[in-house]
Design a protein around this ligand. Structure first.
Ligand SMILES: Cc1cc2nc3c(=O)[nH]c(=O)nc-3n(C[C@H](O)[C@H](O)[C@H](O)COP(=O)(O)OP(=O)(O)OC[C@H]3O[C@@H](n4cnc5c(N)ncnc54)[C@H](O)[C@@H]3O)c2cc1C
Length: 476
């Protein structure tokens, strides 16, 4: 019964979606009046630049691109879109991997690319308030002089707004958490143009419903984030990077579980299969060889703590049969290692010409990680498909990167994609640990959430009754 009620909400939502107005010249005039002439464009080139994210989902042009500069302008654009029933899709940097910011129904593409201010640094509280279009890399450059940094690190050139909206994570999530763990307060423009503040600058918060986290991971379907106050961490004084390579994937993954199980507070714990290890050895000079590998980082206030942690990591890796183990405190070498890891996808694109790629993510409890990795490897072999495995192994997050070069291999890649997702769900995990639902994962939502999806649809209907915000995402 509850399931039926839940899905009828979804149906109501879908009916709402097909009733959009087509954007006309009058609307464009109104948008110009709100944000200024040079902040609005209907040029095909501008729309095309923001018609697709970094996924393989079909591109779709918005009808107009709007660049508000502040929260009041965002709110006024939303009010207009709501009154006129125009679909509106927020856009950060477009680095998503599941079609999250593609303007599926056309309409207004609201870009935060000109909302770039650091509003205030609260250095004594380890906090910063920023506008949503600021890139996290730019933010961290600006924070360096305070000895602070914003820890979530997806690698791609993402904006703070896009990261919060996708609940992005990354290589340092294992120690510092995902975006949801690093935000205290947000200002959000709702579909009807109301501006609300949710959360506070207090670390502890127990006041009322947790609306802050309702908007985190909502992918622009519930409101547009116009400002955020983020938690910062002190830049660690002592840092060591480690690489270890193993004879088999099983040994490498068992080492991941053992390192986590030892209680060590590693700051990064990344897994690469043998293909990728060989690639980084050849292209970036890492000493991994053609062996499944782990890349790690340790942070500590005292060198003695690092030395102690390193000794323990080494002991665990050797016990698991590591064939190589290197540790370095050299900044240039460490940066080189993470540069290679962060640019891995570009390296794959460059080194395997003629292939296209599906870059998918799932996550499971850490004890299930070995089974997920073994299953994914076998699923690719069964389909005779070339692909690579990597992951933020420390938090049970696996990326299966699947190649295709024609219709047949594309279909096989989709089969593996689906099999891995259902396996992750069967292992009590999730269809996405960090990339979000977007278009690509929407069809798995009923299986993952059951009746809870109906509750999500009810929340959507309450906050966005006309279904104008990023339609076509999250719900199947
Ligand atoms: C090579 C590569 C590696 C990646 N690695 C990782 C990784 O390790 N971890 C990870 O988490 N992700 C990763 N990603 C995915 C991507 O970088 C993140 O999801 C990132 O958070 C997207 O940010 P963006 O600014 O590009 O947002 P966009 O892609 O522009 O938008 C993301 C979503 O947020 C919405 N949105 C944007 N701004 C706002 C706003 N102000 N208010 C409300 N909604 C908004 C959009 O409508 C969309 O639904 C990777 C991507 C690439 C290409």
């Amino acid at each position: 019964m509850f399931v039926e009620v839940g899905f009828s909400f979804v149906c109501v939502l879908m009916i709402a979606l097909i009733n959009y107005q087509k954007l006309n010249s009058g609307h464009v005039q109104q948008l110009r009046a709100i944000v200024g002439d040079d902040q609005v464009s209907t040029a095909v080139a501008e729309r095309k630049l923001r018609a697709q994210d970094m996924s393989r989902h079909e591109e779709r042009l918005g009808d107009v691109v709007v660049w508000p500069r502040d929260a009041a302008q965002v709110a006024d654009v939303l009010r207009l879109a709501n009154e006129e029933r125009l679909p509106l899709t927020p856009w950060g940097a477009g680095s998503s991997l599941e079609g999250n910011p593609i303007p599926t129904y056309g309409g207004i593409l609201l870009s935060t690319e000109r909302m770039l201010d650091v509003v205030k640094v609260y250095a004594d509280d380890f906090q910063v308030t920023v506008q949503p279009g600021l890139g996290y890399k730019d933010l961290n450059h600006k924070l360096a002089s305070y000895g602070l940094f914003f820890a979530p690190d997806p690698g791609a050139n993402a904006t703070i707004g896009g990261m919060l909206a996708n609940n992005a994570a990354g290589i340092r999530t294992v120690k510092y958490g995902a975006c949801k763990d690093n935000v205290l307060q947000m200002e959000v423009a709702l579909a009807d143009g109301r501006l609300i503040r949710t959360g506070s600058r207090s670390i502890k918060q127990a006041s009322g419903y947790d609306l802050l986290h309702l908007f985190i991971g909502s992918e622009g379907t519930l409101g547009v984030i116009t400002e955020a106050t983020l938690k910062l961490a002190p830049v660690p004084v002592n840092i060591s990077a480690v690489t270890a390579s193993f004879d088999s994937i099983t040994a490498a993954i068992e080492a991941v579980v053992a390192v986590r199980g030892s209680g060590l507070d590693v700051a990064a714990l990344e897994f690469l299969d043998e293909e990728l290890s060989e690639l980084l050895t050849r292209e970036n000079g890492l000493k991994l060889g053609r062996s499944p590998s782990l890349l790690m980082e340790l942070h500590a206030a005292h060198q003695a703590t690092i030395d102690h942690d390193l000794a323990l990591v080494r002991e665990i890796c050797l016990e698991m049969g590591a064939r190589t183990f290197y540790a370095t405190a050299d900044t240039a070498q460490r940066r080189g290692l993470w540069h290679a890891r962060h640019h891995l996808f570009e390296t794959v694109l460059r080194c395997y010409p003629g292939y296209e790629w599906i870059n998918m993510d799932v996550a499971v409890p850490i004890s299930a990680y070995p089974e997920l990795v073994a299953f994914s490897s076998q699923a690719m072999a069964d389909q005779e498909l070339f692909g690579v495995l990597l992951g933020h192994a420390g938090d049970g997050n696996l990326h299966v990167t699947l190649s295709f070069n024609n219709g047949t291999t594309y279909e096989r890649a989709q089969i593996v994609n689906e099999q891995v997702i259902y396996k992750a769900l069967a292992l009590h995990g999730t269809a996405t640990g960090e990339h979000g639902v977007g278009i690509g994962k929407a069809r798995f939502m009923p299986d993952e959430h059951g009746p809870a999806l109906g509750v999500m649809a009810a929340v959507k209907a309450a906050l966005d009754p006309r279904g104008i915000l990023n339609p076509g995402k999250i719900f199947p």
